[in-house]
Design a binder for this molecule. Structure first.
Ligand SMILES: C[S@@+](CC[C@H](N)C(=O)[O-])C[C@H]1O[C@@H](n2cnc3c(N)ncnc32)[C@H](O)[C@@H]1O
Length: 273
């Protein structure tokens, strides 16, 4: 006789399989995505207050996105109509990899006249964001649970984003994993397409070698201009180009832990030409 727990486990596994996810590893198979993924599917099971937050608030904040094959793939017919989504048209700030939602919810609270879109694949992180957004009473944030490069290609309109953030993207520090890194010339071109001329792209990382790669990739990209070219140059790093810490980038728990481990953040700021 099957117990309730066994039945629930079986159902959860079937749901994952239907989404193209291997229940043993909970990893999204690479074959469904055109590019290497910048994330590994982690356990998505929600419990306790995260589950409660999801049940109570996801309907208000999480976008219903047409999917292709997996739950993070964005189908080419997806669209982003601000009027429909926020009930108004306003300047748009997008955060890619919003983690636990600390930075975007804080900013949304301080900038009620801006619309905010958090892009994140990690369900427990989104649940935390929902809890924060609800308790702060913000109405100008929405969440897209989606693989960012596909969202940029298939959902956001050309010339529609005023500001875009990528704070502490996964560093994938082993050389054999560098192809999974988010920041690349191809990704920069996807960002360039959706940004308005004059739009601002803010980045930060605690991984020094990745910071140098990000700077070199974006300095070489024809559509972006480094707003702090040459700043912060040192003898070891004569090129410089580092931005001061931006006041809107609050200290997240992720950055705090990096600091405790002795890694300091490098900031970069670019303008879409
Ligand atoms: C190291 S965390 C940093 C989170 C947050 N920005 C902060 O500063 O605390 C990186 C986040 O990016 C998300 N992420 C990685 N690749 C992504 C992708 N392709 N699309 C959407 N989110 C992604 C991960 O799930 C993770 O939550």
């Amino acid at each position: 006789m099957e117990t309730n727990k066994q039945k629930a486990n079986k159902e959860a596994k079937e749901k994952l399989r239907a989404q193209g996810i291997d229940p043993a590893t909970q990893e999204t198979p690479q074959k469904f995505h055109r590019q290497p993924l910048s994330f590994v599917r982690r356990g998505d099971r929600l419990t306790g207050r995260r589950l409660k937050a999801w049940e109570e608030h996801s309907e208000n904040y999480v976008l219903d996105i047409p999917r292709e094959l997996t739950d993070t793939s964005v189908a080419p017919e997806a669209s982003f109509d601000q009027q429909e989504i926020y009930g108004r048209t306003a300047p748009l700030t997008v955060e890619i990899g919003s983690g636990l939602g600390e930075a975007i919810v804080a900013r949304a609270e301080n900038q009620p006249e801006t619309n905010f879109l958090a892009v994140e694949v990690y369900t427990p992180g989104i649940a935390d964001l929902l809890r924060k957004a609800h308790s702060a009473g913000v109405e100008n944030v929405r969440v897209a649970q989606a693989n960012a490069p596909e969202l940029l290609d298939n959902m956001l309109e050309e010339n529609s984003v005023d500001e875009l953030w990528v704070f502490f993207p996964d560093p994938w520090h082993k050389t054999r994993h560098h192809k999974r890194r988010l920041i690349s010339p191809e990704f920069a071109s996807k960002v360039a397409r959706v940004m308005k001329p004059g739009g601002i792209w803010r980045l930060a990382t605690d991984w020094e070698e990745y910071a140098l790669v990000m700077r070199d990739v974006l300095d070489a990209h024809p559509d972006f201009e480094n707003l702090h070219a040459g700043e912060g140059a040192t003898e070891e790093d004569p090129a410089g180009g580092w931005a001061p810490r931006w006041e809107g980038r609050i200290l997240t728990s992720f950055e705090r832990k990096a600091g405790e481990a002795g890694r300091r953040a490098h900031d970069l700021t670019y303008r879409r030409k």
